[in-house]
Design a protein around this ligand. Structure first.
Ligand code: FO1
Length: 317
């Protein structure tokens, strides 16, 4: 296969497919652009949860049980922080903390997030390009009945309980990072992949950057999404709740397709949602029905191959 693949990813689910794509594509044929709307400053550290989920997955360091952070983690620093009376609502493992330290001081020394991310991925032996969606600031905020909350306060601090009346992107229109802009403009761009991430919380922030939605809509290459739903439900996280609150009367994959609209030409859905396929095809989408739940690298690479096949770039696995 020739041509370049641009994958847009959030954290956990997206990171799994990104790892699959990295397993089947050579480094020069893949750019993974990662949501940074969840990023925040905590205890003086810059935390980039989705970048870290992708980096840990590509480096084979991710904790597959917990879903975030590093495997074989220890929590000594967190226990000491708690004794010192510091905030303990957001858990930072010892190994994970090294990532935040390594990132934070470099940012403070003047490196861009793109430069720091390239440095950290290089150090961990990841040959593929993992780039933040922006080097600027675009923060996801959750509007509840009572207040406008920082994303992590809502997601981790409040366990997503308060109803999200609206999701806001503070800094919408921020410029895409150099690596993202370059990938969008590549003459050899062969496909765009929307990883199985939360459309509202992980993909929408990427689309809210200056010019990104318009550029994606104008592209003449296949745009393939993998649904984050299994059996009509989110594998993890608040997507099910958000779909109920924001699905505009549609359910399951119809709501996902309705949300993405003309941004995608092809949707891969799970076998358990087979019944959705007819309706999706009626609205003009190509549909692949397959196993989208990824238990390990074998599933990740199989699904990556199926995504490339859906884009007409490879024989189905
Ligand atoms: N998620 C949690 O549910 N609880 C945590 O304490 C937590 C800590 C954490 C630390 C570093 C990191 O990179 C991610 C962390 N996450 C935690 C996951 C993160 O909040 C979410 O998975 C993403 O922001 C949503 O994509």
């Amino acid at each position: 296969m020739t041509g370049h693949i641009l994958a847009l990813s959030g954290g956990v689910g997206g990171a799994k497919l990104a790892a699959g794509l990295a397993a089947v594509l050579p480094p020069e044929q893949l750019t993974v652009v990662v949501n940074t709307g969840d990023d925040f400053e905590h205890l003086g550290l810059t935390i980039c949860p989705d970048i870290d989920s992708v980096v840990y997955a590509l480096a084979g360091l991710n904790d597959t049980v917990r879903g975030w952070g590093v495997a074989e983690e220890s929590w000594q620093a967190m226990a000491m922080l708690k004794r010192l009376g510091e905030a303990d609502w957001f858990n930072l493992g010892d190994r994970d903390m090294a990532m935040h330290l390594g990132r934070s001081w470099r940012l403070r020394a003047g490196e861009s997030l793109s430069e720091v991310t390239a440095r950290l991925t290089g150090a961990l032996g990841i040959p593929h390009r993992v780039v933040p969606m922006t080097d600027g600031r675009l923060s996801t905020l959750i509007e509840t009945d009572n207040e406008i909350m920082d994303f992590q306060r809502w997601f981790v601090g409040e366990q997503c309980r308060p109803v999200a009346k609206a999701i806001r992107f503070d800094g919408a229109g921020a410029p895409p990072s150099p690596g993202f802009a370059e990938a969008l403009a590549r003459p050899d761009l062969a496909a765009v992949v929307l990883c199985p991430s939360n459309p509202f919380l992980s993909v929408d922030p990427i689309l809210a950057l200056g010019g990104v939605r318009e550029t994606l809509l104008a592209l003449k290459v296949p745009r393939v999404a993998v649904s984050p739903l299994i059996g009509g439900k989110a594998v993890k996280g608040p997507l099910g709740k958000l779909l109920e609150e924001r699905g505009q009367g549609q359910e399951g994959n119809a709501a996902i397709a309705g949300h993405y609209g003309k941004l995608i030409d092809h949707l891969l859905i799970d076998r358990s949602d087979d019944a959705d396929a007819g309706g999706l095809r009626e609205r003009g989408l190509s549909v692949t029905v397959t196993d989208t739940l990824m238990h390990g690298l074998a599933d990740q690479t199989r699904l990556a191959r199926e995504v490339l096949a859906a884009a007409g770039l490879q024989q189905p696995a």
